[in-house]
Each structure stands twice: as structure tokens, then as C-alpha cells.
Design a protein around this ligand. Structure first.
Ligand code: ADP
Length: 520
């Protein structure tokens, strides 16, 4: 790569003849020679041009070469310009030192030896050329980088626009569907409607159902991409989700003659997740397995806990399989291995991946190759197993006897609270219930319970806050924390907050009895 800009040398001498002779020796393509007859002229040139090397005559009237060099050293712009002094006759040691102090790189005695001069000039010329080339390629690189950043920003913007467009499109497509569905429903249920029409309407209803499904997927993906999806987290048994998804996909799976099985290594498999979204994920895997397997295939579903403490679900089929090269692509938006083969938009797996990532988990696929079936696996952190979640008594009060005891239950989940109350009533307790933190404090003030089962996660005033308020009313009341979590750190937190026990949901009769033994 050659530089496009010429290299500049400055020649300073008060005698024209010397300048001309010097220039004659130095001339070469790509080199511009700037000439000055005095120090002042030289400074003016230096202000305007970037100079790669300066030849300074030492003896000049007004300003000597040394004085000019000193001024150059004191100015930011010219500080690093290499200088070669041209001296008449020999230079004594003292003057030489002064010259080097002002930054000279060399001395050339007059009359100038052309060979030495050319040697030195060539070295500086080549050096300056390299530097210039480097600078130019740096500038080119910077420009390319800026262009890349601009393109990136454009791409990001078009991505946002695409997501907005998809969201609007999906909305607009969904709106007219509701009345069509209602109309079809009316046709199907109308008295005296000929059977052919009913069949037709049912077929249309199925087709529209498919369409609604696709539109909803589209809407979901665009919501996820724009960060507008929020999971409703709760304690979910993933095995229940799998069973529900299998029931819901059953008609489609049966229609293709597939055999479906489900085994789990665990009776129940608790995770913290959004039940509806997890159902969507498993349904998607099941319908793909059915879709991408020739009729009368075999679909095996399995669940369990892996070595990393994640709950997993695998869906294995013996269908068409996926080639090695296509495996990494199938999770990309709108990616279909062969779009002519099946209906669908190629967004199902993108949605599965996004939803699993939102759950702090993931999805993976394996296949031994075309025609050899595939296995899809999802995973997400498992909650500690029930077996290890035995309720624990954290503080044991001494010599307390109450009979019959007054027990209060606090939980914002009405059905959870009511079941615990029902059981306590059966055990002969006198009970009260509160469905939020504020109510709990109010009821506790009047009812003066001896024991309280307190849900921790409640909106506004949570279990910790409510417990703190109640403790102020009655420092001796026994309080049991009821939580979806049973890890050591959760129990420690309950203990630190002054709870006397920690129970993990769902609280079973046996757990309650154990706590009641504290007061009865
Ligand atoms: P769609 O099913 O709408 O095409 P998906 O995102 O669900 O979109 O799947 C993307 C692609 O992955 C499919 O087009 C198909 O080629 C491949 N694929 C998904 N599941 C399976 C499976 N169980 N067996 C073989 N190929 C599959």
C-alpha cells in the first residue's frame, strides 16, 4: 500500500545558492521540499505544514539554526521534527552538545558530501512514508469501523421496527377472528343445521384454531423481543404441566397414529415458573414431534432432575430427524429446514428458547441424523424436593400449654388459606383467617392468637412485615413462616426474622400437626 500524500522536508539556509544545491540533491518523487531563507520564514512554514525532516543551516543572521531549533522544541506541533544541522567546517564539542540538546539527530559539515546526505535523507524519507501509510490505513480502519457501527445501529433499528410491525400485524389479524369463530360456533350448535354444514363449520373452526395459534406465537415472539412479556411466576409441578400438554395434544397425536408415553424419575417436580408458558413450551415440543414424524411413530416424554439441579423434560421421537448442519439453525426465527414440507412459520422453537431463557433455563436438540428421530430437551432450576423439605422447628418455647389453641392463618391465596384453616378446625383449633398483611395485623390485635401460619410472599405488606408488626403486639406469639421455598437460606432468613418455624407449600396435615405440638 503506498501513501497518497507527499512527504515534506524543510530546508533552511540564508543563501539561495545553498538551498538550490541542497534541493537538487534531495529531489525525488513523493517528496516536497519547502525552502526558507530565515528562521522566521521557517517558523511560518512549520505552522502550516507537517514536516518529516528539517535541514537547518547553523550560521544565519537574525536567528541562528540553534535558536530556531530551540523554538521548534518549545512548540507542541514541531517538537518532534528531526533536525539535521548543516555546519560550516568542523563543529567544536560544546556546540555539538548544544545542538544535540536542542534535538538534533545529526550534523553535516559543509561542503556537503552528497552520498552521506542522500543516505540520511533516504532513511528519513522511508520512515516518514511508512508512518504516513500507517496513519492512512488507521484512518481507513476507523472509517470502516464507523460504517460498521452505523450499519449495526440501522440493523438494530430495523429489528425494532420488524418487531413492532409483527405486533401490529398479529393484533390486526386477531381482531376479525373472534366474530368469525362466534358465527361458526352458532352454525355448529344451531338446531336443524344440515350435517354437511356442521362438518364444514367444524373444519373451518379447526383451521382458524391453527391460525389463532400461529398469530399468538407471533405476538409472543415480538413481545419477548421488545421485552414486553412478563412471566407470572408461581410454584409449578412440571409433571402436571407435561400431563396437561399431553392431554391437549392428544387429538393431534392420535390423528397421526403416534404412540405416546411419559415417564418421570420423580413423582412431582417443582419449579418456579409460569404455568401457562411452560404448558406452551411442552405443547410446542409435542406438536413438533408429531408433525415431523411419519404416521404411526413413537413419542417418548421423560422428566427428572439432572446433575446440575435442573428440572428437565425431554421429548423424543423416531421421526425424520435433523441433519447436523441444520441443528443449530432451528431455533432461529422463521427458520424451517424445508419450508415446503410443513405448514407453520418457523417461530415455535424461537418462542420455546426465549421462554426457557426467561425462566433461567434453556432448550437443546439432538438428532443422530436424518431419518433417525430427534430429542428436544428443556430445563430450568428445580425447587428443592419435597422429601428434603420437611418442616423445621426453629425455636422451641419452654413449658407452653394451650388447649384449645387459637390459631390464625394468613395467606393471600384464598384457597391455600382456607384449606389450612379447615384442617386446623378438624384438629379442634379455634381459627381466624386473614388474606393479606394489613388484615393479619388487625385480626391479630383482636383475636390474640397463640400461633400464626404466615405466608411470606404477599403483595403490599409481606409476611415479614406483618410478623414484625404482630410481634410488637404480642412478643410471645408463635409464628410459622409458610413459603414456596425450602432452601437453607430461606430457613435462615425466616429464623433471622424471628419466625419459630418454616413450612414449605403445599403445607400438609402432617406438617401442621408437627407445629401444633409446639402449643398443644
Ligand atoms: P415450525 O414447526 O413452524 O416450522 P419450529 O420453530 O417449531 O417451526 O421448528 C423449526 C424447524 O425445526 C422446523 O421447520 C423443523 O424443520 C425442525 N424441527 C422442529 N422439531 C422437529 C422434530 N421433532 N423433528 C424434526 N425436525 C424438527
Amino acid at each position: 500500500m503506498t501513501s497518497t500524500r507527499s512527504i515534506k522536508f524543510l530546508l533552511v539556509d540564508d543563501l539561495d545558492a545553498n538551498l538550490v544545491a541542497l534541493a537538487g540533491l534531495l529531489e525525488r518523487p513523493g517528496l516536497e521540499l519547502l525552502m526558507a531563507r530565515s528562521g522566521r520564514e521557517a517558523l511560518e512554514i512549520l505552522l502550516e505544514h507537517e514536516v518529516a525532516l528539517a535541514f537547518l543551516d547553523v550560521q544565519m543572521p537574525e536567528m541562528s539554526g540553534f535558536e530556531l531549533a530551540e523554538l521548534m522544541r518549545g512548540t507542541e506541533r514541531t517538537r518532534d521534527v528531526p533536525i539535521i544541522f548543516l555546519t560550516a567546517g568542523t563543529v567544536d564539542q560544546k556546540r555539538r552538545i548544544r545542538g544535540y540538546e536542542t534535538g538534533a539527530v545529526d550534523f553535516l559539515p559543509k561542503p556537503i558530501d552528497p552520498e552521506i546526505l542522500l543516505n540520511k535523507a533516504t532513511t528519513f524519507f522511508e520512515l516518514a512514508k511508512r508512518r504516513e501509510e500507517l496513519r492512512e490505513s488507521e484512518a481507513r480502519l476507523r472509517a470502516a469501523n464507523e460504517e460498521l457501527e452505523r450499519k449495526n445501529a440501522e440493523l438494530a433499528e430495523s429489528g425494532v421496527q420488524k418487531d413492532r410491525f409483527l405486533a401490529v400485524l398479529a393484533h390486526e389479524l386477531r381482531n376479525p377472528i373472534a366474530p368469525v369463530l362466534t358465527g361458526l360456533e352458532m352454525m355448529v350448535t344451531a338446531d336443524n343445521c344440515p350435517k354437511e354444514i356442521v362438518d364444514l363449520a367444524e373444519m373451518m373452526r379447526r383451521q382458524i384454531g391453527q391460525m389463532v395459534h400461529l398469530i399468538n406465537d407471533l405476538l409472543d415472539v415480538s413481545r419477548i423481543n421488545t421485552g414486553k412479556i412478563a412471566l407470572r411466576m408461581e410454584r409449578v409441578d412440571i409433571n402436571e404441566v407435561v400431563t396437561e400438554a399431553m392431554e391437549s395434544a392428544r387429538t393431534f397425536i392420535d390423528s397421526r397414529g403416534h404412540e405416546l408415553s411419559f415417564v418421570s424419575e420423580n413423582d412431582s417436580l417443582a419449579v418456579e415458573g409460569d404455568r401457562h408458558r411452560l404448558f406452551q413450551v411442552v405443547s410446542n415440543m409435542l406438536s413438533n414431534a408429531a408433525k415431523y414424524s411419519p404416521p404411526n411413530g413413537k413419542i417418548d416424554v421423560k422428566s427428572g432432575i439432572d446433575g446440575d439441579g435442573n428440572a428437565y423434560v425431554t421429548v423424543r421421537d423416531n421421526g425424520e430427524g435433523i441433519s447436523e448442519e441444520n441443528l443449530p439453525k432451528i431455533f432461529e426465527m422463521f427458520e424451517q429446514v424445508d419450508s415446503s414440507r410443513q405448514e407453520g412459520l418457523g417461530i415455535g422453537l424461537t418462542l420455546v428458547m426465549n421462554l426457557m431463557e426467561l425462566h433461567g433455563g434453556g432448550v437443546g436438540a439432538t438428532s443422530e441424523g436424518l431419518g433417525k428421530g430427534s430429542e428436544f430437551r428443556i430445563w430450568l432450576p428445580a425447587l428443592v424436593q419435597r422429601k428434603e423439605e420437611k418442616p423445621v422447628i426453629l425455636n422451641r418455647p419452654e413449658n407452653r400449654q394451650f388447649a384449645p389453641a387459637k390459631v390464625m392463618v394468613v395467606d393471600d391465596g384464598k384457597s391455600t388459606a382456607d384449606i389450612i384453616v379447615m384442617f386446623l378446625n378438624l384438629e379442634g383449633m379455634e381459627t381466624r383467617v386473614a388474606y393479606n398483611g394489613e388484615e393479619a395485623v388487625r385480626v391479630a390485635r383482636e383475636f390474640k392468637p397463640e400461633m400464626i401460619f404466615m405466608d411470606l410472599g404477599m403483595p403490599k405488606m409481606d409476611g415479614y412485615q406483618a410478623a414484625e408488626e404482630i410481634r410488637k403486639l404480642d412478643p410471645d406469639v408463635i409464628m410459622i413462616a409458610v413459603s414456596g421455598w425450602g432452601r437453607e437460606e430461606d430457613k435462615r432468613r425466616s429464623k433471622e426474622a424471628g419466625f419459630d418455624g418454616h413450612a414449605v407449600k403445599p403445607v400438609e396435615p402432617e406438617d401442621l400437626r408437627q407445629f401444633l405440638s409446639l402449643i398443644c
